[in-house]
Design a protein around this ligand. Structure first.
Ligand SMILES: [Zn+2]
Length: 252
């Protein structure tokens, strides 16, 4: 197999992430690129661990130490090899359009705030747009918006610089807290490389909470439809934006 032969004898020299992708630069100028899809797991396990029915790729190392295993129940994810990019991180070309996530040390805060405020969209849509910022999914967007008391439907071009900066602080707080608790696991598929699930789902203030009291003001939380999914927010802490007023001679 070409995939096998492109790995044999190579060293993995780093481990990087961008959005939902991982890439491991190899010693020969290629990268091993991975996407976990909906159910993929990249695990570091002892060679003696049982293979299991969903094991798709097993990478052993010359030191006979722990193996890198890709396990996927639904096979929406995958691993493949591509040429490395020219930058210091060797970002492959196929990921060049994905923005850094806000915990990336090279995330540019000033650029993000300006780009966010230049968009003509709704805040939550912008947070989920990985060409602007990656790593923020539906859950973390709802949590951050609840913390800063902004409704996700607010227009990005009406945000003040301070509001945009505050939102970014909240996004980082939520992501850091989630990471510290091992992520947000709603089922056993979401695990770290050691196969452990996270506990952040127990700390949620917004996501998944409907008709239960807001943790800040006690008002029953609401659910609204959003891009085939749901948004959860507090009607009092996060009032819906007023519709833009028409102006000019023909306005009613
Ligand atoms: Zn509230």
């Amino acid at each position: 197999m070409q995939f096998e032969s492109s790995l044999i004898g190579r060293r993995i020299v780093a481990a990087n992430r961008r959005g939902k992708y991982l890439w491991l630069p190899l010693s020969d100028g290629q990268v091993l690129l991975g996407h976990l899809g909906m159910s993929g797991q990249l695990l570091v396990q002892a060679p003696s661990s049982p293979d299991g029915p969903h094991l798709r790729v097993l990478i052993g190392f010359a030191d006979q130490g722990p193996e890198l295993r890709f396990v996927d129940q639904r096979t929406f994810g995958g691993l493949w090899v591509e040429p490395a990019g020219q930058d210091p991180e060797k970002l492959p070309a196929s990921l060049a359009h994905i923005a850094r996530d806000p915990l990336d040390p090279r995330f540019d805060e000033t650029v993000f705030i300006s780009r966010l405020r230049r968009r003509r969209t709704e805040i939550k849509r912008a947070l989920l747009d990985q060409t602007l910022i990656s790593g923020v999914g539906n859950i973390y967007a709802d949590e951050a918006l609840w913390r800063v008391g902004l409704h996700g439907g607010r227009p990005t071009d009406r945000l003040t610089r301070a509001q945009a900066a505050g939102l970014l602080v909240a996004v980082r707080e939520v992501m850091n807290e989630a990471l510290a608790q091992g992520g947000t696991s709603f089922d056993s598929l979401y695990v770290n490389v050691n196969g452990e699930s996270g506990y952040f789902s127990r700390s949620l203030d917004a996501y998944g909470r409907v008709d239960v009291p807001c943790h800040r003001c006690g008002t029953p939380m609401r659910r609204e439809a959003f891009m085939n999914r749901s948004s959860f927010s507090c009607p009092v802490c996060q009032p819906r934006p007023r519709k833009r007023k028409l102006s000019g001679p023909h306005a009613p």
